[in-house]
Design a binder for this molecule. Structure first.
Ligand SMILES: [Zn+2]
Length: 342
């Protein structure tokens, strides 16, 4: 074998390879080039195999030259990677492929917004178990077994004796917090709730609530009013009007329902507000003395208020969502529509 000639051919391969790569405009041609020169059975691999047979005197120089050529071709291949270089016929004015990085679920967005308003006012955030006992869900909240108000909160029972159930509201968290803490304190509780409602446009057997509780030595209804008016205007805009109507809940006395001026028609009357101009969004009241007694507080010295609302309802009003089932259907078109809002 003429080793000097092989050495000379290296320069020729170097030139040929560079010219061929420059001519390779498409990815497929580049790949063919790579296989031809740098592949497992390519030109460089053949040369490397030959080295074993070279006479000892030639070996170092040949080895060096072959390695240098190989490195050169690798560099060429890397440098000429056609990144950002338009191929013939490629239209750079086409819009790019949309990448959807994901977003928070609309309910999570609304929950965070609501909770943050109270966090800014010094409220702590608490959660409790979805599975509750009859005691925490009803009894301690002034609803003994024969209380007619229980009919408003029919739920899913987890045992024959009806002592374990899926909570119908977040109010059990109030009891759990009061059992552990001494007044004064202010907290909100958020979480999933369950009721035996058929699924339709405005009812869901699974939904979310946010609940608030403020307890101290001289907490008044006027403080509750001020707090909730502030909350409603933070959430729906400073022009929002807020109305308190007397109501009934077993765990508060007195109790009130709170309505806001309709966010759709601004109070003139539309289909969403049933032509009344008002939307009922939450319930509230002064904590009933029996609830305080149940957790070992003295109602003569301790006062407080509580309020609660459905998060789905608030989110539907914020975004003009007509059907509660959209929250549960996992339809990405729905999620993406609200991905930009916060
Ligand atoms: Zn309206």
């Amino acid at each position: 074998m003429d080793w000097e000639k092989i050495l000379d051919s290296l320069a020729q391969i170097r030139e040929e390879a560079a010219a061929e790569l420059a001519a390779a405009r498409q990815e497929q041609q580049r790949e063919l080039w790579r296989v031809k020169y740098l592949g497992r059975r390519g030109r460089l691999a053949q040369l490397t195999a030959l080295l074993a047979e070279a006479p000892p005197a030639m070996k170092p120089r040949l080895g060096q030259e072959v390695n240098s050529l190989k490195q050169h071709l690798l560099n060429l291949f890397q440098e000429r990677r056609p990144t950002g270089r338009p191929e013939k016929g490629q239209n750079l004015s086409f819009p790019g492929k949309e990448i959807f990085p994901g977003c928070l679920h609309p309910l999570t967005q609304t929950t965070r917004l609501m909770v943050n308003i109270f966090v800014r006012m010094g409220f702590g955030v608490y959660t409790g178990p979805d599975m509750e006992t009859d005691y925490y869900n009803f009894e301690a909240l002034n609803m003994p077994a024969d209380h007619p108000a229980r009919d408003m909160w029919d739920t899913f029972y987890l045992n024959e004796q009806h002592t374990r159930l899926l909570r119908t509201h977040t109010s059990p968290v109030q009891i759990r917090v009061m059992e552990k803490m001494k007044p004064p304190f202010r907290i909100v509780a958020v979480g999933r709730c369950f009721r035996r409602d058929p699924l339709d446009a405005s009812h869901s057997p699974v939904f979310h609530q946010m609940e608030g509780l403020m307890v101290g030595s001289d907490i008044s209804f006027s403080q509750l009013k001020g707090l909730l008016i502030y909350f409603c205007q933070e959430l729906f805009g400073s022009e929002t009007r807020v109305k308190f109507l007397p109501s009934y809940f077993p765990f508060t006395e007195p109790s009130a329902e709170v309505s806001i001026s309709c966010v759709i028609c601004k109070g003139t009357g539309c289909a969403t507000c049933g032509r009344t101009g008002w939307l009922e969004i939450l319930g509230c009241g002064m904590v009933h003395p029996r609830v305080f007694r149940a957790v070992g507080y003295d109602p003569e010295t301790v006062t407080g208020f509580a309020f609660g609302m459905g998060i789905e309802r608030i989110a539907m009003l914020r975004h003009g969502i007509a059907d509660i089932r959209f929250f549960l259907q996992n339809d990405l078109r729905f999620i993406r529509q609200l991905s930009g809002s916060r």
